[in-house]
Write a protein that binds this ligand. Structure first.
Ligand SMILES: Cc1cc2nc3c(=O)[nH]c(=O)nc-3n(C[C@H](O)[C@H](O)[C@H](O)COP(=O)(O)O)c2cc1C
Length: 175
């Protein structure tokens, strides 16, 4: 079992990255092998529907995405959507996501954008037949202090999301 975590925020002080790191720790505590890709440290070309697909980093990421048993994505909520770097990753790697199990760990400024990951999720579901974990993380500034999660409910929920990812990945591998 190998679960890929993708941190999508470009912000060096990202809160979704803290969620991703906590999920990685939870998975490792359950004996799951993990790999964490931070898009901040993985410069990618902007998808142009053409030459950008030839970038070797796109190939490398596509292989990691395709070969993972499940993927947890750290999302920075921007303009009621997943942040552009993540959308760009999906545009670049498209079919590598086919039939994947995908969960979300979202950081947002306030509670009103709770449904904002649905555009990204819809593409994964409808374009690439992904199984989306129905339980996801949606954390706001008050759930953190400095670079730590201070809301125990968020911490507990991360554990549940990690367990759900493992369960659904196992279920999928048995089909
Ligand atoms: C360009 C931009 C757009 C944003 N749009 C929203 C939004 O629509 N809804 C919201 O709740 N927060 C919004 N925020 C706040 C971010 O979601 C918040 O700062 C979050 O922590 C970003 O994730 P990160 O810390 O992992 O980078 C926005 C922030 C920026 C910079």
């Amino acid at each position: 079992m190998n679960i890929l975590l993708i941190s999508g925020s470009m912000n060096p002080d990202s809160r979704s990255r803290i969620l991703v790191q906590a999920a990685e720790k939870a998975l490792q505590g359950m004996g799951v092998k993990t790999r964490l890709i931070d898009l901040k440290d993985t410069p990618l070309p902007l998808c142009d529907g053409g030459a950008a697909y030839d970038d070797p980093r796109v190939d490398e990421l596509s292989v990691l995405i395709k070969n993972a048993d499940a993927i947890l994505v750290g999302v920075a909520v921007y303009n009621y959507d997943a942040n552009a770097a993540l959308k760009n990753l999906l545009e670049l790697t498209g079919s590598a996501w086919e039939d994947q199990v995908v969960g979300f760990l979202c950081a947002a400024g306030g509670p009103s954008s709770y449904m904002s990951v649905m555009g990204f999720a819809n593409s994964l579901m409808l374009d690439f037949r992904c199984l989306i974990l129905p339980r996801f993380i949606y954390a706001v500034g008050s759930d953190f202090s400095e670079n730590a999660i201070t809301n125990p409910e968020i911490q507990k929920r991360i554990q549940r999301v990690a367990e759900d990812a493992k369960q659904l990945a196992l279920f999928r591998s048995e089909q």
